[in-house]
Design a protein around this ligand. Structure first.
Ligand SMILES: Cc1ncc(COP(=O)(O)O)c(C=O)c1O
Length: 400
C-alpha cells in the first residue's frame, strides 16, 4: 500500500467509527471566553483552571526574563549550563512540595516517560491504575518492566498484584486527580501498600497542582503525605498557566534523574520565558487562595445544575473536571457539537482516550468563570437534555 492509501484507509476507518479528530483554530489567548473557528464561545475545555494563562503578571515575567536571558535555553542543561532561573524555580517547587529537591522537565509527558523508564527496567515491575494518563502508560511501556495494571482506584487489586509479583524493584504509578474522570486516587492506602510491599510510589499531580491542599501543592499536600511519596510529579502548563513540568523528591532522586532520565538529559531546557511565568504563577497561587476556592465553587454550581437536568457525572461534587458520561462516541460528539452551536465549548472525549463505551463530554471549570458563565453553560445543557440514559457499558462504568 502506498503511504497516501494507507493514510486514507486509516481516515475512512476513523470516520466510520466516529473517532476522527480535527483541530479548531483559536485566535487570541486562552481565557474563560475564547475566539475559536471565528466564534466567541464560553470555554469549558481548558486546563487553565486558575485563569493564569493570560494573566498580566505572567506575561510581564515572561517578557522580563526574555529580555534578560534571551528566548532559548540553547541546549540541555547538562550541555550549555544550568540557568539560575531554572534553579530558582526548582528551589521554590521543592519548598512548595515539602521535598529536598525538584527538577524541571520540558513537559509532563516527557517527565513521565523519563522518570518511569529510569526508575524501573527489565526484571522490575510497575503497577499502574487502568485509567492513568497516556504519558504514564507510555512511560511504563518504555521502561520494559513488567506492567501490572490494576482496576481503577482498587487498592485490594493493587495489593493482590504486589503480593503475587516477584520483582524486587517495584514502582506504583498513579494520577492524583484522574484527568478524564476527575476522581482522586486513594493515596493514603497506596502509601501503606508501597511501604508494606517495598514499592516506590509516583504521583502525577498534573490536575491538582495549584488547586488542592493548604498550600495548593496538590493532593499529596491535601493529605499531608509528602514524606511517604517517592516521586511527586506535576505540570506547569495547566493551573499554573505556563508550560513544562517538575518532579519533586529527595536530593538523591533528583541526582539520579539528572544522570538517568533520558528525557531530561537529551532535550533542550525550558525557555526562560516559561520558567519565569511559572514562578510568577506560584506567587499568585500563594497570594490568592480565592482562585482555587472559586474553581471548586464553580464546579459545585455546574455539577448540581447538571444533576438537576438529569446528566450523569463522574467524580465528587467539587471536582473541577466534570466528565458528563454519554457512552457512545457519536452521541458524545453530537452533544459537544450542539453545545458549540449554542456558544459553549466542551469537548467530547472518545476512545482511545477513555475506555470503549464510556465516551463523555469533559467540562472543566476555571476560577475566572462567573456565575453567569456557569448558568449560560447550564442553559445550553438544558436545551439538549438527555432523552435516553447512558448506554449500558457506561452505566456499568458508573457503578464502579
Ligand atoms: C495526568 C497528566 N499527566 C501528564 C500530562 C502531560 O502534561 P504536559 O501537557 O505538560 O505534557 C497530562 C496532560 O497533558 C495529564 O493530564
Amino acid at each position: 500500500m502506498r503511504p497516501d492509501e494507507l493514510f486514507a484507509d486509516d481516515h475512512r476507518r476513523r470516520v466510520a467509527a466516529g473517532l476522527q479528530r480535527t483541530l479548531r483554530t483559536v485566535d487570541g489567548p486562552q481565557d474563560a471566553h475564547i475566539l475559536i473557528d471565528g466564534r466567541r464561545v464560553l470555554s469549558l475545555c481548558s486546563n487553565n483552571y486558575l485563569g493564569l494563562a493570560n494573566h498580566p503578571a505572567l506575561i510581564e515575567a515572561a517578557i522580563a526574563a526574555t529580555r534578560e536571558y534571551g528566548v532559548g535555553a540553547g541546549a540541555s542543561r547538562l550541555i550549555s549550563g544550568s540557568m539560575r532561573l531554572h534553579e530558582a524555580l526548582e528551589a521554590r517547587l521543592a519548598e512548595l512540595k515539602g521535598t529536598d529537591g525538584a527538577l524541571l522537565f520540558t513537559s509532563g509527558y516527557q517527565a513521565n516517560l523519563g522518570v518511569i523508564s529510569s526508575l524501573v527496567g527489565t526484571d522490575d515491575a510497575v503497577f499502574s491504575d487502568e485509567l492513568n494518563h497516556a504519558s504514564l502508560i507510555d512511560g511504563c511501556r518504555l521502561s520494559r518492566a513488567a506492567v501490572c495494571v490494576y482496576r481503577h482506584r482498587d487498592v485490594a487489586h493493587l495489593e493482590e498484584q504486589l503480593r503475587t509479583t516477584a520483582a524486587r524493584r517495584r514502582l506504583i504509578v498513579t494520577d492524583s486527580i484522574f484527568s478524564m474522570d476527575g476522581d482522586a486516587a486513594p493515596l493514603a492506602a497506596m502509601c501503606d501498600l508501597g511501604e508494606r510491599y517495598g514499592a516506590m510510589l509516583m504521583v502525577d499531580e498534573a490536575h491538582a497542582t495549584g488547586i488542592l491542599g493548604p498550600r495548593r501543592a496538590g493532593l499529596v499536600d491535601a493529605l499531608g503525605l509528602h514524606d511517604r511519596v517517592t516521586v511527586q510529579m506535576g505540570t506547569l502548563g495547566k493551573a499554573l498557566g505556563a508550560f513544562g513540568a517538575y518532579v519533586a523528591g529527595s536530593r538523591s532522586l533528583i541526582d539520579f534523574l539528572v544522570n538517568r532520565a533520558r528525557t531530561f538529559i537529551f532535550t533542550t531546557a525550558l525557555p526562560p520565558a516559561v520558567v519565569a511565568a511559572a514562578a510568577a504563577a506560584l506567587d499568585i497561587v500563594a497570594r490568592e487562595p480565592e482562585r482555587a476556592a472559586a474553581v471548586s465553587r464553580n464546579a459545585r454550581r455546574l455539577r448540581s445544575g447538571l444533576r438537576r437536568l438529569g446528566y450523569r457525572m463522574l467524580g465528587n461534587d467539587d471536582a473541577h473536571i466534570v466528565p458528563i458520561l454519554i457512552g457512545a462516541a457519536e452521541e458524545t460528539m453530537a452533544l459537544s457539537q450542539a453545545l458549540f452551536e449554542r456558544g459553549v465549548f466542551a469537548h467530547g472525549i472518545r476512545p482511545p482516550s477513555v475506555p470503549d463505551g464510556t465516551a463523555r463530554v469533559r467540562a472543566t471549570v476555571m476560577a475566572t468563570h462567573s456565575d453567569d458563565d456557569i448558568d449560560t453553560a447550564l442553559a445550553a445543557f438544558a436545551a439538549l437534555q438527555p432523552s435516553r440514559g447512558p448506554v449500558r457499558t457506561a452505566a456499568a462504568y458508573l457503578e464502579r
